[in-house]
Design a protein around this ligand. Sequence first.
Ligand SMILES: Nc1ncnc2c1ncn2[C@@H]1O[C@H](COP(=O)(O)OS(=O)(=O)O)[C@@H](OP(=O)(O)O)[C@H]1O
Length: 523
Amino acid sequence: SPSPFQYLKLSLKDKPKTNNEKQNATAVQRSDNSSHCRSSPDGRRCLPRLLIIGTQKGGTGALRSFLSLHPELQESRSNEPAFFNRDRNYHRGVGWYLWQWRPMPAGKHVNNFEKTPGYLNSITAPERVRKVLGPEVKLILLLRNPAGRAYSQYRLMTETFWKRVSVRLVQSSISAPCAKSKCRNGGQTIKGLPRPSFKEMLADAAPSLAAKYYATNVSIPGEIGAPTCYRRCLNPEGKTWNGILSRGLYAPMIRHWLEYFDRKQMLIIKTEDLYFDPIRMMGMVQDFLKPELENTIDYSKLLVKTKDGHYDPANSETKADKRGPMAALLKGKSSGKAKVPMNMSELEEEQLMDIIEKNSHGVSPQTKALLNEFFANSLEDLYSLMGERLWEKVSDANERHRKSYDFASGNDTTGSDFLELCRTLRKKHVPSVATKQVTKKHGKSTEDRFIGIGANQLLFSALLEHSVVDPENAISDFNHYLIVARRTVATMLPDEAVKELFLDALMDQEFDYDTAPYGFAST
Ligand SMILES: Nc1ncnc2c1ncn2[C@@H]1O[C@H](COP(=O)(O)OS(=O)(=O)O)[C@@H](OP(=O)(O)O)[C@H]1O
């Protein structure tokens, strides 16, 4: 096949400048036998043989960090080069792209790779990838339950982007968000605007959802000044797959890629499998990467299981895990400082659901039902394309964490349990015996210890006594219920002083596994 360099011009930077360099380059190329490498003044640079193409929020960061543990794989220097999906980058030429990787280490067999989740939903990327990297390039695609994916993106937008993104206003609607420094005239920062709830963002994304969420006549958020979504979030029926919902319409995107690539060039993995069963998945990935990969490594020695149940490279942390709702949920982090009304028992159901959505890492059952309805046809389409019903079976290995995961990912298996829990808890009292035990153990005067340790124990015992958590699966159940449950329990504590301490502790403390509730549960 023609060399990629025939399609796009190398930048001057990459051209050997001296005669010596020219000779060296020729020599390297001859011995290399690969049309994917070029010599440059500081060594041989090669195009990637593997792309992780998506999906956004599909665990691509984790996969990237796992792959880079392999001595024969070299990740790009920038986190997401976005060469094939961003016109601006693409028109910089292959030379620019080549510089995304360090020169090849002399005498070593190394394959370059990169991840850019935006490739999957790009209209232009597949054709460009084929042109530049050839039909033999390998593609890995991580697919996550689209409801969970949407929720994860919502968190990314509202927690990370909201602070630093400006939007360009076009007439009364909002087009692509842009980095604050890069917004042209008309850019308006959205910092300070009220953040939309998940359901508002979804409603803006799809009028069909809006109609179900709100009375028919309600204007869809998105007008200037309203708690607004980006217009790009939307338009699931439109031509781009660029939105919070449309990014989950996987089947047409995959078909689009298959117009340019043979199916055998593409490995599709479920995010959930990578999360819970990465050692097996990395075995599959390595098989897929043969013969480019000459040696297989044993990932069971390289990945360590975290307290949350997912895996990280030993001695390192993926930043995404720290921020994400999934991780936060499992760790029991509070999503913010928003105070929950103390008098929860007087709240209407609708308000309770709003609280769940706005102040916790949860998705209400109503929202889940709508999401499931929204994605139903497209998932059927995907299942027939894949010949497998991806999110219907949960393997035994995943069972232990399924509740926590499903809850975070917006699956509908646990939503009703969760709401039920809230209903139950607000009717009941925390048993005074639990309170007494905690107080006895830590003493009211040792308030610091109580805040750090007692609060979770107290809550846990309450959950146990109400049979809300099953002692057998205590940790995972507890994690599952933690976020809202602990606040709910707090509102029912009999003693105002303890209640205050408890609430403060909940707002500020992370759940600490080392002081985990087992000890207390067994007393
Ligand atoms: N080991 C492992 N396996 C599978 N999934 C993992 C793993 N580690 C993290 N995650 C979850 O992946 C979510 C982030 O996905 P991405 O890295 O693709 O995000 S991004 O598109 O690059 O922003 C993000 O999901 P949320 O926490 O729900 O937001 C991460 O928790």
